[in-house]
Design a protein around this ligand. Structure first.
Ligand SMILES: [Mg+2]
Length: 331
């Protein structure tokens, strides 16, 4: 058997189950956006790590060094945000070809430093090796109040599913790069959204302080995939109303120009790095109003959880649809 037969999640499950027995009390290992380690009576450490490889996650000719430095930190901060944590320190390891220009590396660290300053995260260490292609590994350690931690397993039936930003921009930006369509103002906006995602660190901490907020995850693989993580961890089902998914003006207009289905990009695309969460239905109105007042951006309800464990149903204007890779079709 090859690792490609197992798939990423199958492989993770295999490793997680064989190391489960080593976990001491108070530790939560593989299976959420961050690992949780005890810190003191009331606080925990949240730790996440992520790897980006050239020609797998990015093309050096398509992203500037500065943007890549920014994004490497951003995608990790997003996992800290998903737990309601406060990021504190980062560790950065780089594999770089020996002929890499120092100006490229300076640019990379400019971007990394820009976001470190903005989010008040210290770079505390790392490693550098020579490699054929660029490989970037970032680890972030953050902290959270134990009682405020938000896990994927905290959803219950009857809750509202919502997201903190427009979806699909990043996936459209990636497609624009792949098909060499950049240049226009809207196209460039979408490419920027792909290259410089803004992690919802403040939003995550704010949401975690609201008692009506239950399960949280950040959107890295696309809501259809990320929501399934919540469904699996919480043993709940869900239905999504696709027409309620928030889409940017730029995504709509570029999709129309190229005859793309913006909903397909929003649901299956990924790399949005905003938050997907479930909220107690009785508290949703208050929480969403206060969220909008604080962040000047809506908290958009896009569906609800139910007791059909593990089952995700998609509706478009009230009719159930399924996704077959080329958009949504009625049953
Ligand atoms: Mg995540």
């Amino acid at each position: 058997m090859k690792i490609s037969d197992l798939g990423e999640f199958g492989f993770i499950d295999r490793v997680a189950s064989s190391f489960q027995g080593l976990l001491k009390e108070g530790f939560t290992g593989i299976g959420d956006d961050c690992a949780v380690l005890p810190k003191n009576e009331s606080q925990v450490l949240v730790v996440t790590t992520d790897m980006l490889a050239e020609d797998v996650h990015f093309y050096r000719s398509k992203i500037s060094a500065r943007e890549l430095g920014f994004k490497s930190l951003a995608v990790n901060l997003s996992d800290i945000a998903a737990m309601g944590g406060k990021p504190e320190s980062s560790f950065l390891s780089l594999g770089v070809p020996a002929d890499t220009d120092i100006s490229w590396l300076d640019g990379f660290f400019d971007g990394y430093r820009e976001l470190s300053l903005k989010e008040n995260v210290m770079l505390c260490g790392g490693d550098t090796i020579s490699s054929d292609r660029i490989v970037i590994n970032v680890t972030i350690i953050g902290s959270a109040e134990k009682s405020l931690l938000r896990m994927r397993s905290m959803a219950a039936p009857g809750e509202i599913i919502c997201c903190t930003d427009n979806l699909g921009d990043s996936a459209a930006g990636f497609r624009i790069l792949q098909q060499d369509l950049a240049g226009g103002e809207d196209e460039n906006f979408l490419v920027r959204r792909h290259h410089c995602p803004v992690p919802g660190v403040a939003e995550g901490q704010w949401l975690a302080r609201r008692r009506g907020v239950r399960a949280m995850i950040d959107i890295s693989d696309g809501i259809s995939s990320d929501l399934r993580h919540i469904l699996r961890a919480s043993s709940v089902g869900a239905s999504l109303d696709l027409e309620r998914i928030p889409l940017s003006r730029q995504l709509r207009s570029v999709s129309e120009r190229h005859q793309w289905d913006p909903l397909d990009l929003a649901v299956n695309g990924g790399e949005d790095y905003c938050l997907l969460l479930t909220v107690d239905s009785g508290e949703f109105e208050n929480i969403s109003a206060a969220f909008e007042e604080t962040f000047r951006r809506p908290l958009t309800a896009i569906g609800g959880t139910d007791d059909m464990a593990g089952d995700l149903r998609l509706f478009l204007n009230g009719k159930q649809v399924r996704c077959n890779g080329s958009g949504f079709h009625h049953f």
